[in-house]
Design a protein around this ligand. Structure first.
Ligand SMILES: NS(=O)(=O)/N=C1/NCCS1
Ligand SMILES: [Zn+2]
Length: 234
């Protein structure tokens, strides 16, 4: 049967990767799937600034739980006091739920989005949900305007990122999928954002199964710098 073809767990190999996700996750075959290659020459700039300014406000939190998802790390950070609004988000307010990271075997690749065909060493996703319209994250993820994800590219350079270090320093405790631990340090998500706040935005999806087409993507143009150590699998 078809089930024998599909490996038990989705992943990124030829037998369980993005090309076959649609067999088990129908939305993966949809018309607004992420990630995409951002072609800067055809991305229309909002020249007359009719789009409102994107504003964000986060709380600092300590003892956040970090989880090994099997595809990277995820920090659960539901913040009822956080707000992301404006820009492409209309009149709705979005609240931070979690942030996680995608990276690769080498620093030559690892980001999900690419820019004019170029991959970055990694990509941080700050995941928010529409609390104006929906009652829960799970409900929001069933609607086209349910989630807003901020994407921040990682460039590898000489200086390490102190905030990322607070996270990466705990990874030795969660070597295996499903393991979690608490991050003792105080984390302020604002510090993950680049200084230049220019971004590209488009209507897309979760980049991993079930690939719900529920994400308003906001991808910052300016990468943040981390060291090779901070962004490669060990
Ligand atoms: N990588 S992603 O942010 O598009 N995927 C997600 N899955 C569940 C919440 S966010
Ligand atoms: Zn992601």
């Amino acid at each position: 049967t078809r089930a024998r073809v599909m490996a038990a767990e989705w992943g990124y190999s030829p037998t369980n990767g993005p090309d076959v996700w649609a067999r088990l996750f129908p939305q993966a075959g949809g018309a607004r799937q992420s990630p995409v290659d951002i072609c800067t020459s055809i991305a229309s700039s909002d020249s007359n600034l009719e789009m409102k300014k994107l504003t964000f406000a986060y709380e600092s939190q300590s003892d956040l739980r970090i989880l090994n998802t099997g595809h990277g790390w995820k920090v659960e950070a539901p913040q009822s006091g956080s707000r992301l609004e404006g820009g492409p988000l209309g009149e709705d307010i979005y609240q931070l739920e979690q942030f996680h990271c995608h990276w690769g075997e080498t620093s030559a690749e690892g980001s999900e989005h690419t820019v004019d065909g170029r991959a970055y060493a990694g990509e941080l996703h700050l995941v928010h949900w529409n609390t104006t319209k929906y009652q829960s994250f799970a409900e929001a993820a069933q609607h086209p305007d349910g989630l807003a994800v901020l994407g921040v590219f990682f460039d590898v350079g000489n200086e390490s990122n102190d905030e990322i270090e607070k996270i990466v320093s705990t990874l030795s405790e969660i070597k295996f999928k499903g393991q979690f631990t608490d991050i003792p340090d105080v984390i302020d998500p604002t510090t993950f954002l680049p200084s230049g706040l220019g971004y590209w935005t488009y209507l897309g999806s979760l980049t991993t199964p079930p690939c719900n087409e529920c994400v308003i993507w906001i991808v910052y143009k300016e990468p943040i710098t981390v060291t090779e150590e901070q962004v490669t699998y060990h």
